[in-house]
Design a protein around this ligand. Structure first.
Ligand code: LLP
Length: 491
């Protein structure tokens, strides 16, 4: 194999994708700590090689490093605690369970001193099963049912995050009928939307979540829905209004959007104080911190984001002449995303020849030239990772069961579903000799993959294993054919 062959890039590859200098090397930003190639050339997590995981649990399989999850949870907590210690005495970190939740994870969250953010009765049921104290739970959702509100009150939740004026009335009524006071945060939409490297600020909100802060969002002239909600909430004896909340987006790398949202919400708190003498003691700035899915993603360390946000809260509170509210945040992806990879087995391969996109291929401009794209099928797909289909999300993959000295070949890793859009990794360079029976690992699948999984085409949803201190245990078992059939009521 010549070095030239190894470094040949394909005109079909997107601009951001470079041919790795070493196809066998793990790019550290995308992997959990403790995942490495062992002396036999296999990828191992906490010393356990993928071949053993495959043998014991089968594929596809979500392979999670418990130590990595715990370390990231601690890092968020410590970084934010430290940055905000002299501003508001610390920060409450709520792990956003929607990213991935099971009872084991809920218990790690509690053991690491974090709280848990839920958004449905089902997530509350997991928290209850894990024995999480209701005081450390929050409940989100734009359309909570009466049963969910009652369940939250039964569990004496630390906060119900109310999403609309309608819901505020409903929570007040239910709590009043129970002779209780519900602890409530109001979710506001500050007109800041962030995605990865950019954010946009708008005055108006056109989305289902939250109470708009724009001045004319209610029937009452000049009054925003947010302001109306504060006034209403404080008039209900059955509501204890704790503060306000916002969540500006997901997979965000730059702290500017968080900073602007914090500024807007602090301004709102100051206004409520001046206008109505209402001092709200808490401010939740949501989640959304990004992770590396490919080598070109460069997330900021938790400490850097925490410092940037603390600087804004400190200076804005001083400008506004208000004392800082207690801050909370809700990271999901940034804690669980990189803790996990999905292990797949390779099946069929095929290569097609594709016209090069004109702009990408100066050499062949004007000529009738095609380039190979190899499809590598694995034994899962959009049922265990819907993100490429849903969001055009990019992932990466690596040959996990052995090393290879073969040349790099532009590949598309696809699933086994009856759907041509069933892509796991749109573009990745894999060794030319990848073949049936090889194991591939796709990193960064801890968040919103298992959580969004389905039984499309009657595929069984994969299990999740957790590795800690060199031992592995199943934390969610994979489905069996029996599971697939047992809700079918028969003929
Ligand atoms: N808090 C609230 C109110 C949220 O709505 C979310 C995510 C989070 C916290 C956690 O955000 P994170 O830190 O994980 O970015 N399925 C999409 C992401 C949906 C996020 C929904 N809300 C995806 O896979 O990219």
């Amino acid at each position: 194999m010549t070095a030239h062959a190894l470094n040949q890039s394909s005109p079909l590859a997107p601009d951001w994708l470079a041919v790795p200098s070493d196809l066998n090397a793990l790019h550290p930003s995308m992997w959990a700590a403790g995942v490495e190639r062992n002396a036999d050339g296999e990828i191992a997590v906490g010393g356990i090689p993928v071949s053993r995981l495959k043998e014991q649990f089968g594929t596809p399989l979500f392979v999670m490093s418990e130590s990595d999850f715990r370390a990231r949870a601690r890092a968020f907590k410590e970084a934010f605690e430290e940055a905000f210690a002299d501003i508001c005495g610390g920060v409450d970190v709520y792990y956003a369970g929607k990213a991935f939740l099971c009872t084991a994870v809920a218990s790690w969250v509690a053991e690491e001193g974090l709280r848990l953010d839920t958004c449905s009765g089902g997530e509350l049921a997991v928290a209850a099963r894990a024995g999480i104290d209701g005081a450390n739970l929050g409940l989100h959702g734009n359309n909570k049912s009466d049963a969910e509100i009652n369940r939250a009150l039964d569990m004496k939740l630390g906060r119900i995050v109310v999403d609309s004026l309608d819901e505020l009335e409903r929570v007040a009524k239910i709590a009043s009928e129970r002779g209780e006071a519900a602890k409530v945060m109001l979710r506001l939409t500050p007109g800041v939307h962030a995605h990865t490297h950019e954010f946009i600020a708008t005055a108006h909100e056109d989305q289902k979540f939250g109470l708009s802060m724009a001045g004319d969002s209610t029937d009452q002239a000049g009054l925003s829905a947010a302001e109306e909600a504060v006034a209403a909430a404080t008039s209900y004896p059955s509501i204890e209004l704790l503060g306000v909340h916002c969540h500006i987006g997901s997979q965000i790398f730059e702290p500017d959007g968080f900073a602007l949202a914090a500024e807007k919400l602090l301004g709102f708190l100051a206004e409520m104080q001046q206008k109505y003498s209402i001092r709200l003691p808490e401010l939740d700035l949501g989640g959304g911190y990004g992770i590396a899915y490919t080598p070109v993603d460069t997330p900021r360390p938790a400490a850097e984001i925490a410092q940037a946000m603390a600087a804004v809260v400190r200076s804005r509170c001083a400008e506004l002449g208000i004392s800082a509210p207690r801050i909370s945040i809700e990271p999901g992806r940034a804690i669980v995303g990189s803790s996990t990879f999905t292990l797949y087995e390779v099946g069929t391969r095929k290569t097609v020849r594709v016209d090069a996109p004109a702009s990408n291929d100066a050499e062949s401009a004007g000529k009738d030239v095609t380039h190979p794209r190899r499809y590598v099928s694995v034994d899962g797909g959009m049922s265990d990772n819907a993100r490429p289909v849903l969001y055009d999300a990019d992932y990466s993959a690596i040959l996990a069961s052995r090393t290879s000295a073969a040349a790099a070949q532009l590949s598309r890793v696809v699933g086994k579903h009856c759907e041509s859009g069933d892509i796991v990794v749109r573009d990745v360079y894999l060794p030319e000799d990848v073949a049936a029976g090889d194991l591939l690992a796709v990193p960064g699948t801890g968040a919103y993959c298992w959580a969004l999984s389905s039984n499309y085409n009657y595929l069984a949803r994969p299990g999740v294993v957790a590795v800690r201190d060199g031992s592995v245990r199943l934390i969610v078992r994979g489905e069996t054919e029996e599971d697939l059939l047992n809700r079918d009521m028969g003929v």
